[in-house]
Design a protein around this ligand. Structure first.
Ligand SMILES: Nc1nc2c(ncn2[C@@H]2O[C@H](COP(=O)(O)OP(=O)(O)OP(=O)(O)O)[C@@H](O)[C@H]2O)c(=O)[nH]1
Ligand SMILES: [Mg+2]
Length: 451
């Protein structure tokens, strides 16, 4: 496969609220550019995990390379990243955004702007992305593209006058989406002669190939046979395979500036593959590493213990491999008098907890006991020290405690007019306190914050 000139590469994420049709749009883009045959195609083909298909949600971001002959007669290489919409998997979105120059913002034309539309688009703006709004599901009788277009302008504040109208389900307007990607999103920048600088975006364990790393090259080239250094932990590895997903994994000679693909490098220690790390050439390293990703903060915690204490080592190996694939969950060893040895795990939310638990039992065949989900309390002691309390059993003697504090969130709630009363009541019932109430001009939306 010959190298595409950098000005004909486009790297973009597809972001949206849950169920607005990101994965279905990805299907159509793959189909129209001929990535898969009719026989290989199925609905939401990028959702390749069993749980994703059963639940109809995306959990992992997925990357594919498409080749598109645009109306200007030139061939373009498009690296598409389909992201999850549910807030519990927001870390997947943030990493994908860091590897791209542009975003396709999908908005369901029958639903309009929703919570994750806003959260994701703000993240894309923070990453200096060019954003192309796409109004999806225009085949539905309830679709109101004009109202939603106005809403995008009023609520998000980006120009939606040339938003692309499409239906990912019935295939209307897909070519317009592809043309918008080529003409409105910027190509990547990068220096082919500079030392290698690549970002480790994602990693997972493959039973045949070992640890697979998804990388985005910024400068220089990545080739099989090259010795590379992972700058964060200083380990060096020999690259033995370089390839791209079409969406089937396909070997290529090299990955150049602006390209997204995968490598394998005989990585034995899962801890060596930390997402966000910068990969460089061992002999000719780049001067400074890339910025990396923000650390995630777990908000819900629970203990996971094997039903049979003899399975503890299996659980340890399984958690290590799963953590490689999902850097947003944290774990540390814990022992309990009743349940024996296990792990205390931190998650981004209750759905995240449920999915990790299910993946451990399905993918690694483990029977687990999970303790009730809880949050971390901070305890200020009379002697001036402060303790993070993870487990009620560890509560110190109350006589020594000065103060116990629980975590609070500051939330902004956007709601249509008619639900305002109900939403305020729900917040008050859950001890929320209102900070501010404002009306977003022209659209019937209210915004309210509560700590
Ligand atoms: N009528 C209609 N339905 C659509 C269209 N696009 C997607 N859908 C349906 O909307 C549902 C959600 O589609 P997905 O593509 O899984 O949505 P998603 O944005 O990837 O969802 P998450 O990844 O879980 O955030 C599916 O039932 C699709 O068939 C469309 O253009 N028209
Ligand atoms: Mg999806």
């Amino acid at each position: 496969m010959s190298q595409t000139p950098i000005e004909r590469i486009r790297n973009f994420s597809i972001v949206a609220h849950i169920d607005h049709g990101k994965s279905t749009l990805s299907d159509r883009l793959i189909q129209l550019t001929g990535g898969l045959t009719v026989r290989e195609m199925r609905e939401q083909v990028l959702d390749n995990m069993e749980i994703e298909q059963e639940r109809g949600i995306t959990i992992k971001a997925q990357t594919v390379r498409l080749t598109y002959k645009a109306k200007d007669g030139l061939d373009y290489v498009l690296n598409l990243m389909d992201t999850p919409g549910h807030v519990d998997f927001a870390y997947e979105v943030s990493r994908s955004l860091a590897a791209c120059e542009g975003s396709i913002l999908v908005v369901d034309a029958s639903q309009g702007v929703e919570a994750q539309t806003l959260a994701n688009v703000y993240q894309a703006i923070d990453n200096n992305h060019e954003i192309v709004p796409v109004l999806n599901k225009i085949d539905l009788p309830a679709a109101e593209p004009e109202r939603v277009r106005e809403q995008i302008e009023d609520v998000i504040g980006i120009d939606a006058s040339d938003a692309v109208l499409c239906s990912a389900k019935s295939g209307i307007g897909i070519e317009d989406v592809l043309e918008a990607i080529v003409t409105r999103l910027p190509p990547p920048k990068g220096d082919p002669d500079a030392p290698l600088k690549a970002m480790l975006v994602d990693a997972w364990y493959d039973p045949y190939l070992g640890v697979i790393l998804l990388v985005r090259v910024f400068d220089g080239h990545l080739r099989a046979g090259q010795r590379v250094t992972f700058m964060q932990n200083g380990s060096t590895h020999l690259v033995d395979r370089v390839g791209v997903f079409l969406p089937k994994n396909t070997p290529v000679d090299q990955l150049g500036p602006g390209e997204v693909g995968f490598i394998t490098a005989q990585i034995k220690e899962v801890a060596h593959a930390a997402v966000g790390d910068t990969i460089t050439d061992e002999k000719r390293p780049t001067a400074a590493p890339l910025k990396g990703f923000k650390e995630v903060q777990s908000v819900v915690f629970c203990g996971l213990f094997p039903v049979d204490a003899a399975d503890f080592e299996d659980l340890r190996a399984a958690i290590g491999r799963l953590r490689l694939n999902d850097a947003s969950f944290t774990y540390e060893m814990e022992s309990s008098a009743a349940l024996g040895f296990g792990f205390r795990c931190g998650f981004l939310g209750l759905l995240h907890l449920e999915i990790i638990q299910e993946r451990l039992s399905r993918e690694f065949n483990l029977d687990l006991i999970a303790t009730a989900p809880s949050v971390v309390y901070k305890i200020a002691m009379r002697d001036g020290s402060e303790i993070d309390l993870h487990n009620p059993a560890d509560l110190p003697d109350v006589m020594q405690i000065l103060e116990i504090s629980e975590p609070w969130i500051k939330a902004t709630i956007l709601t249509p007019d008619e639900y305002l009363g109900g939403v305020i009541k729900l917040c008050q019932d859950r001890r929320g306190s209102q900070v501010e109430l404002s009306y977003v001009a022209a659209a019937p939306w209210w915004s309210m914050s509560c700590p």
